[in-house]
Design a protein around this ligand. Structure first.
Ligand code: HEC
Ligand code: HEC
Length: 340
């Protein structure tokens, strides 16, 4: 091989290695601006956790990382599956070593706007929320320091951590922040209903009738636009005596027993089974329950009362609920697991 040619191929190989090797700590992290649908309120970020490329990538990798669970088999995504709007299709989710869980896995869509988390609202921010499943023996059963040690053995993750938060080693502060940053990016506002709101799609007459009924019979009082929740707590009368205390667990007030945070209805057609304990398997069942006016339990909210809807009305309500599915969200490539 002539000397000049040998040199150029050597430089070429160096160039390729240079491009594929992990980014170095000197590489500048860049801010990311989320695209917020125009009919959503602005998103407020904690000042110490504005989204950046490195924070989002780090959080996304952690979300799919099994190092976060004690036996290294479970990640956040084991229960929060993108194609089901970050739910898992199970009644309640089995936790570590097959322990039975007690609650149905909720969607993670649009949590950036949620003033508190969990069905009794006991957790004030996404930054603090990430600690809950890690320590919960039923979910990941993990000691945070073991997770920290495991993650620090991965040089690429350490580099990301440094770029994202300027710290040499991964610690509980950076893990919880990165997970929160990634979860704020899970924005769902591109369903047929949203396109209709923006004048870019039309509803069928059945869907339009369902939308009108949704307001007329009072669903919209609690499931309020644009997130289809008012973040309030209500006992909708599922049980005469609730086995799950719900809000009472937080407030210790007896009359709060069986109250749960109004869930969002975005992507509802793909997030069944329904209710905090997954006790209803279909939307038909949910609508029949509301139509009957609940069970008439002693602590049932007075707004839940018999609706006298016809079978046609019930179908229209379901057709409307189905327009809340955001297919782009369920397939968004920015939320999928990253390869090595
Ligand atoms: C074993 C299944 C399981 C795993 C693993 C899991 N979760 Fe959850 N997640 C749940 C369940 C069930 C709830 C509802 C708990 C409740 O309301 O008491 C929940 C609730 C949440 C909430 C609150 C949602 C809301 O609307 O208030 C967030 C945020 C969340 N999980 C994020 C995560 C993150 C981040 C991870 C990984 C670190 C994770 N989850 C791991 C099952 C799981
Ligand atoms: C008084 C407030 C209130 C009213 C009115 C109300 N809901 Fe709800 N809805 C809730 C609460 C709270 C829950 C969660 C209950 C639980 O998990 O135990 C819920 C749960 C649901 C669910 C299941 C969500 C999930 O992810 O599991 C659907 C679907 C639903 N409601 C639709 C409707 C429809 C349709 C109407 C009108 C016919 C309606 N709701 C009226 C407060 C309300």
């Amino acid at each position: 091989m002539p000397r000049r040619l040998w040199w150029s191929s050597f430089l070429f190989v160096l160039g390729v290695i240079g491009c594929t090797s992990p980014p170095t700590t000197t590489k500048q992290d860049r801010p990311v601006h989320f695209r917020i649908p125009s009919h959503f309120p602005p998103m407020v970020h904690p000042t110490d956790n504005e989204p950046t490329e490195a924070r989002l990538e780090f959080g996304r990798r952690l979300f799919y990382h099994t190092a976060l669970s004690q036996n290294e088999t479970t990640s956040c995504a084991s229960c929060h599956v993108q194609s089901a709007a970050f739910t898992d299709g199970r009644v309640t989710s089995p936790g570590l070593n097959g322990h039975a869980g007690v609650r149905n896995t909720p969607t993670l869509a649009n949590l950036a706007w949620s003033p508190y988390l969990m069905s009794e609202g006991g957790v004030p921010s996404l930054e603090l929320q990430a600690l809950a499943p890690l320590h919960e023996p039923l979910e990941m059963g993990m000691n945070m320091m073991i997770a920290v040690d495991r993650l620090n053995q991965d040089a690429y993750l350490r580099t990301l951590n440094q770029r994202a938060y300027g710290r040499d080693s991964i610690d509980p502060f950076t893990i919880t922040r990165a997970l929160a940053c990634f979860q704020r990016s899970l924005i769902s506002g591109d369903s047929k209903f949203d396109q209709y709101k923006m004048g870019a799609a039309e509803l069928t007459s059945k869907e339009a009738k369902g939308l009108a009924l949704f307001s007329e019979v009072g669903c919209a009082n609690c499931h309020r636009e644009p997130f289809f929740t008012d973040y309030g707590f209500y006992n909708i009368g599922l049980y005469s005596v609730s086995t799950d205390p719900g809000l009472e667990r937080k407030t210790h007030i007896k009359s709060d027993s069986g109250k749960f945070k109004t869930p969002t209805l975005r992507n509802i057609a793909v997030t069944g089974p329904y209710m905090h304990d997954g006790s209803m398997s279909s939307l038909e069942e949910v609508i029949a329950f509301y139509n009957a006016g609940g069970t008439g339990a002693r602590l049932q909210d007075e707004r839940i009362r018999a609706l006298h809807l016809s079978a046609e009305d019930e179908e229209a309500l379901i057709a409307f609920l189905e327009t809340l599915t955001d297919w782009n969200f369920l397939q968004n490539q920015q939320f999928t697991p990253l390869s090595e």
